[in-house]
Structure formats: C-alpha cells, structure tokens
Design a binder for this molecule. Structure first.
Ligand code: SF4
Length: 216
C-alpha cells in the first residue's frame, strides 16, 4: 500500500492510502477531539468537532477530518483561532443538551465553552448515532434507530427487536457519551414492553398445563 507523505501540525506524517485525516493523525499520536467517531464504525461526520484546516497549493479549507481522505503534500492544522472558535460553539450547543456529560465537560473546559450560552434542550441525546450505527453495523440487529428530524430527532428502541436482543447484549450502552441511552432503555422497558425472554423451564411447564387443560 503506497505511503502518503503529508504534514500535520508541522510534523511529517506518513499516512496509508485510504486513511482519513483523523486516522493519519492517530498514527502520528496527534490528538483531534471527536464525539461520534468509533474505529469499528463507518465515518459519520456528525459532531463536527474533528474539523481541521487543510492546506494545499496555497489554499486552505476547513474539512471534517473523520471523513476527509489523506492526500499527498497536504498541510493540516488541528488547532487555530478559527477552529477553536467553531469547536467552542459546537460544544456550547452540546452542553445545552447534555450539561453533565463528563466527556463534553472536559472538552468544554479545553475550548472555554460556556454552559448557558444556548437554551437547554429537553433531550440528552446528542445525535452522535453511535448506538444506532453500532447496532446496525457491528451487531447487525437494528434494535435501535432515529425517529423524527432536526431538533426533534431522537433515538428509539424497536420494541420487538429490543425485547429479544438488548437485555443480553447492552454493548452499545457504554458508547453513549451522555448516558441517555441507558436511561431511554430503562424508561422504555419500565413503561411499555420488553418482556423478559421466556424461561424454557417455565415454558415447558406452561405447555404441560395447557395440554392438561385441553384434556379436561
Ligand atoms: S443493546 Fe440492543 S440496541 Fe444496543 S447494540 Fe445490543 S442489540 Fe443493539
């Protein structure tokens, strides 16, 4: 696989063909903040926190590093006044949804984001899509999806699948940056459906009783 020579924050970096800028930076131990990135999942580019400046032939543009491919002779900057200002605003918007999420608080401190700049939102879901994508791409179960659009967009468990799959899985739970997912699961389970999977012993017993009833 051919090597791609480029620069990130003034450091010579050798990326592999097909690497995104984020992956190239990781290879070089250069940290770029992310919220919706997961190495097992396809790039999603939703949180925009990983945006960087990419310069080629004297022209600079802002790009989302988790989806933008590494290119020969590209000069990338992961921090600048402009980048920091955008990240600050993005984090302030995230704080309006999830003010107590430690991962967001940590980044907010780094970029001087203010907690009360935007009106608090009713939902703690930050639309990173990690749970939805993990369930679809890794588990291949599609037990959770997005409903609605825009600011009303929310995650929602698919009852008939979740009842069967989630209790023994819960692999997506630790991926949620705000713990909203666990709360949503407990709520949905408590309020509506999610019966426990049938106990085979009890099932056999029930069948026996039913058969017994039929005989009467
Ligand atoms: S806990 Fe449920 S929603 Fe989450 S990955 Fe597992 S099956 Fe999918």
């Amino acid at each position: 696989m051919s090597d791609i020579h480029m620069q990130i924050d003034g450091k010579e970096v050798i990326a592999k063909k097909g690497d995104t800028l984020l992956e190239a930076a990781k290879r070089a131990d250069i940290s770029i903040p992310t919220l919706c990135y997961h190495e097992k999942l396809k790039p999603y580019g939703a949180c925009r926190l990983c945006l960087v400046e990419a310069e080629k032939n004297g022209r600079t543009k802002l790009v989302v590093s988790c989806v933008y491919q590494a290119e020969k002779n590209l000069k990338v900057r992961t921090r600048s006044k402009k980048i920091d200002k955008i990240r600050k605003t993005l984090l302030e918007l995230l704080l309006a949804r999830a003010p107590d999420a430690p991962i967001i608080q940590d980044m907010a401190r780094e970029y001087g984001a203010e907690k009360d700049r935007f009106q608090q939102q009713a939902s703690f879901c930050v639309h990173c899509g990690l749970c939805v994508r993990y369930c679809a791409e890794v588990k291949k179960k599609n037990a959770i999806g997005f409903i609605d659009r825009g600011i009303r967009k929310e995650i929602s468990f698919i009852p008939e699948i979740a009842a069967r799959e989630c209790e023994s899985c819960k692999e997506c739970f630790p991926l949620c940056p705000t713990s909203y997912l666990q709360a949503a699961y407990v709520l949905v389970k408590g309020l509506t459906f999610l019966p426990e999977p049938p106990d085979p012993q009890v099932d056999l017993l029930d069948q026996g009783m039913e058969q017994g009833n039929e005989k009467k």
